[in-house]
Design a protein around this ligand. Structure first.
Ligand SMILES: *Cc1c(COP(=O)(O)O)cnc(C)c1O
Ligand SMILES: [Zn+2]
Length: 398
C-alpha cells in the first residue's frame, strides 16, 4: 500500500521557497534551515466544495484529497469534524457582530493536538518506525501517546512537572514511556534532545521536528470555512504557543484561496498570556524574528512556549493577513473561561480562554470592529483542567 498520494508532490520552505522531493521525514530547508511544508499539487485536486458538502461531517480525513497521506494509511479515531458554535451572548458582551467558538475539546483526547497527532503518527507509521518521541507541555504528549498506541508504536514523552495530572496520567494509561522533567517546557525540551540523540531508532514528533502536525492542524481552517458555507470570518483569534495551528490554518486558507473556494483570507491574530508573550513582543517591536522569553510563567500551559521555532513565518502570517498579536494576563484569561462557561454553557481549557480575553482586548483597542465576525479557536476542553477553573472561582470567594 502506497501511503503517499500523487498529489503530495514536493516539500517546500515557507521562508525562502527552496523545495525538494516529498517525504514523510523531510530534511530542514537546505538554504535557510527552516522547517519545510508538504505541498499538495492543487491543480491535480479533483474534489470540489459540493463533493465535500455531500460527505458526512465526520472528521478531518474527509479532506483526504488535500492531505499528504492516503486516508487508507491513516492512524485515526474520528478526530476533527468539531462543532463551530455560535455564541450570541458572548458576542453581545464583546461588542462584535458574531462570535463563534471552534470546539476542539470534542477531539478524542480533548484537544486539537489530535489533529496533529493523526497526521504525524500516520507519517511515522508509513516510515515504519518503532518509536516516536517528543517534549510537550502536556496535551501533545497525551495525543501522541494515544495515537502511537493505536499504531502499535512506542511513545517516549517528556513533560514538565507543571503539566496537569490528567495529561501525565493519560500518557501512562496509553502505555507511553513518560519522563517528567523539573521545570518548564524548555527544560523538558533539553532533556528530550539529549535522550533523543542517544536513540537512533526514535522518530522525533515534537512541534519543531515534523511538519505533519502543522499539516493536521490546518484542517481546522477547512472546517471553519466549510461550516460558514465556504467563507472566511473577518478574524480568527488563536491561543498561540509554538504557533503550529496558526501556521497550518494560514496554509489552509491560502490553499482554499488558490483553489478559488473562498474569496478572502481572514485576519489571523495570535493571543498569548502576559506571562509568556514572545510573539506579541516581537510583533510590537516590528521585529522579523522572536527573542526567547527569559522566564515564561503562565497557568496556560499550552501557550507557555518561550521561543516558537517558526518565528519568521509566524510574524509574517500575522502581518500579511492584517492580523496582530495580543497578550492578556492570566487572571483575565481565567475570568473569560468562566464567562464562556457561565454565558454559553461551554467549558473550555484555560489556555483556550486566552483567545476569548484576547478578542476582548482586540475589540477594545479597535483591531476588531463592532460589525465584524470573529471565530476563536477553543483548542481544548475544560475537563482536562477543571481544578484550574474551579480555583479561579475560589479567587472570587466562591
Ligand atoms: C498546544 C496548545 C496550544 C498552542 O498550540 P500551538 O499551535 O503550538 O501554538 C493552545 N491551546 C492548547 C489547549 C494547547 O494544548
Ligand atoms: Zn528556506
Amino acid at each position: 500500500m502506497e501511503a503517499r498520494p500523487e498529489t503530495f508532490h514536493a516539500v517546500r520552505c515557507p521562508r525562502c521557497g527552496w523545495s525538494t522531493d516529498p517525504s514523510f521525514d523531510p530534511p530542514s530547508c537546505q538554504q535557510c534551515g527552516a522547517m519545510v511544508e508538504p505541498q499538495i499539487d492543487l491543480s491535480a485536486v479533483e474534489v470540489t466544495p459540493s463533493d465535500l458538502d455531500a460527505r458526512p461531517f465526520d472528521g478531518l480525513w474527509r479532506y483526504a484529497e488535500l492531505l499528504p497521506i492516503e486516508a487508507s494509511a491513516a492512524v485515526s479515531m474520528g478526530e476533527g469534524g468539531t462543532p463551530l458554535v455560535d455564541c450570541p451572548a458572548l458576542a453581545d458582551e464583546l461588542g462584535v457582530n458574531s462570535f463563534a467558538l471552534k470546539l476542539e475539546g470534542h477531539n478524542p483526547t480533548g484537544t486539537f493536538k489530535d489533529r496533529g497527532a493523526t497526521l504525524s503518527i500516520s507519517a511515522a507509521k508509513a516510515l515504519g518506525v518503532s518509536d516516536v518521541a517528543l517534549a510537550s507541555a502536556g496535551n501533545a504528549g497525551h495525543a501522541a501517546a494515544a495515537y502511537a498506541a493505536r499504531a502499535g508504536i512506542d511513545a517516549h514523552v517528556f513533560l514538565p512537572a507543571r503539566a496537569s495530572f490528567t495529561m501525565k496520567a493519560m500518557v501512562n494509561v496509553h502505555g507511553g514511556d513518560l519522563t517528567v522533567v523539573e521545570g518548564r517546557l524548555s527544560d523538558a525540551g533539553r532533556i528530550y534532545s539529549d535522550v533523543l540523540a542517544e536513540h537512533d531508532a526514535w522518530h522525533p514528533v515534537a512541534t519543531d521536528d515534523t511538519p505533519f502536525r502543522r499539516e493536521g492542524k490546518k484542517t481546522m481552517f477547512y472546517e471553519v470555512a466549510e461550516q460558514r458555507s465556504w467563507s472566511s470570518p473577518d478574524h480568527i483569534v488563536y491561543p498561540t504557543g509554538g504557533g503550529v495551528g496558526l501556521l497550518g490554518m494560514y496554509k489552509a486558507a491560502t490553499e482554499l484561496s488558490d483553489l478559488g473556494w473562498i474569496d478572502s483570507i481572514p485576519a489571523f491574530h495570535a493571543a498569548q498570556s502576559t506571562g509568556c508573550s514572545p510573539v506579541v513582543d516581537a510583533f510590537d517591536a516590528g521585529a522579523e524574528t522572536i527573542d526567547p522569553v527569559e522566564r515564561p510563567d503562565t497557568i496556560c500551559g499550552g501557550i507557555e512556549v518561550e521561543a516558537p521555532g517558526s518565528d519568521v513565518e509566524l510574524l509574517s502570517i500575522l502581518r500579511e493577513s492584517g492580523g496582530t498579536a495580543v497578550a492578556t494576563d492570566d487572571d483575565t484569561i481565567l475570568d473569560s473561561a468562566l464567562s464562556v462557561a457561565e454565558l454559553e454553557g461551554i467549558g473550555i481549557a484555560p489556555t483556550a480562554a486566552a483567545a476569548v480575553s484576547g478578542t476582548n482586548a482586540l475589540v477594545k483597542r479597535g483591531d476588531i470592529a463592532s460589525d465584524d465576525d470573529v471565530v476563536a479557536i477553543a483548542t481544548g476542553t475544560g475537563l482536562k483542567e477543571p481544578d484550574v477553573l474551579r480555583g479561579q472561582l475560589m479567587r472570587h470567594g466562591i
